[in-house]
Ligand binder design. Structure first.
Ligand SMILES: [Ca+2]
Length: 425
């Protein structure tokens, strides 16, 4: 573009110079009368032109000077461009690029890098915007929850744990005093120095069972050591909704404080909802010095079978003898009192009256849906087992261990025939 302007200027200049020479020759013009007064004569036009021509020529000169100046500048710029182009070309060709080329290359690299950075940051900004939106949504949800909580909290709270006022030596004693609802009660057996809380199951026949073990939800871990098994663990609830182990010391105090023997009733539920039970007469838990040894008189009644008497699994001729529970001391993973070279409680992850090891095992691992295999258990039958009902690779859904004085066990008249023979005691 600059070159075009420069060329046009060169063509224009000679013309203006010729006009300037002609202007002085027109000064002696004589007006033609035929033009009249109203239209300018040729001389009038010439006078008008000659009057303003010097200023026009001055302006033209000034413009010419400026155009020359522009032309020079343009020429200089063009030369500069050519110079720079040559320099760039030579720098390209050179094996040792000069400093400016290096700098420009470095700047180009910087620009490329910045462009990448900008793209990456744009992506990050996009992600951050999404993050902010997600946070906004969560904030809205939290605000909604807060409003709900505020509404809930505006209602005065009520402690839902209700402990019944009647106390006694055990739940049957409490039932005998008129308690008619199941729930939480304080008991104090004769040998106990302090009362303690138990869940009493009181039925319509006025029977009061003291519950010593409950499995139903699998939410309480029964893989515990000696002290928890001694003291008890899990949660007592007034509506019989939670799993617990009452504690060996309390079981000992309850079962050895009375002259009239207890019956241990074991109730079990499988994963189809079937219910079975097993009763053991003259159930006792020995003192801690004797490792809370389990003793009972005999299998008293039930439809679940006598798993405490051992079971012939077919693995070994001595299976049945090795899985008898009557007379066994209590074992926990950290306190091995079993009849096995190894540690049954450690292998099975529970506390129980282990022999070598068991045929009835109600403190085993809780397996949802019941079925498990040697592979799951690491070759150990460690579920909640009662082998005279379901095999040892079936873990029961619910268990209850509860005690009641033997004199009250047959009150409902629904027991098997054997119970009636015992009812007179
Ligand atoms: Ca052992």
């Amino acid at each position: 573009m600059n070159l075009l302007i420069f060329g046009a200027l060169a063509v224009f200049l000679p013309i203006t110079s010729a006009q300037r020479g002609d202007s002085s020759a027109q000064r002696g013009c004589q007006p033609d009368v035929n033009f009249g007064r109203y239209c300018p004569t040729t001389c009038g036009v010439a006078d008008y032109l000659f009057r303003y021509t010097p200023d026009v020529y001055d302006d033209l000169d000034d413009m010419l000077a400026k155009l020359e100046s522009i032309g020079n500048l343009t020429q200089g710029a063009e030369e500069k461009v050519v110079f720079m182009r040559d320099r760039a070309t030579s720098a390209h060709k050179s094996s040792q690029p000069d400093l400016y080329y290096k700098r420009s290359t470095s700047m180009l690299d910087d620009v490329t890098r910045f462009e990448k950075t900008i793209l990456s940051q744009e992506q990050q900004i996009f992600e951050l915007q999404n993050f902010v939106l997600a946070n906004d949504r969560q904030m809205q949800e939290l605000k909604q929850l807060t409003r709900q909580l505020e509404a809930t909290c505006s209602v005065p709270c009520k402690d839902t744990v209700e402990i019944q006022p009647i106390t006694g030596t055990d739940c049957q004693d409490i039932a005998n005093k008129g308690a008619s609802v199941s729930g939480l009660y304080y008991v104090k057996p004769a040998k106990a120095t302090d009362q303690f809380l138990v869940y009493c199951e009181i039925d319509t026949f006025g029977r009061g069972f003291t519950v010593i073990q409950r499995r139903k939800g699998g939410l309480v871990d029964f893989n515990r050591n000696w002290i928890p098994y001694k003291e008890g663990f899990g949660y007592l609830s007034p509506d019989d909704s939670t799993d617990f182990w009452l504690g060996l010391e309390k079981m000992h105090l309850l079962t050895t404080s009375v002259t009239l023997p207890y019956v241990l009733r074991i109730e079990m539920v499988d994963w189809l909802g079937n219910k079975k039970y097993a009763d053991y007469a003259m159930f006792r838990v020995g003192p801690e010095q004797d490792k809370y040894r389990l003793t009972y008189g005999y299998y008293f009644a039930g439809d679940a079978g006598d798993a405490f008497d051992g079971f012939d699994f077919g693995d070994d001729a001595s299976d049945k003898a090795y899985t008898v529970h009557n007379g066994m001391q209590f074992s926990t993973p950290d306190n091995d009192n079993d009849k096995y070279d190894g540690n049954c409680a450690l292998q099975d992850g529970s506390g129980w009256w282990m022999n070598r090891c068991h045929a009835g095992h109600l403190n085993g691992k809780y397996y949802p849906d019941g079925r498990y295999s040697e592979k799951d258990a690491g070759a150990f039958d460690n579920g909640i087992i009662w082998v005279t009902w379901h095999d040892r690779w079936y873990s029961l859904k619910e268990t209850t261990m509860k005690i009641i004085p033997v004199s009250r066990i047959n009150t409902d008249g629904q027991q098997q025939s054997g119970v009636k023979q015992f009812g007179g005691l």
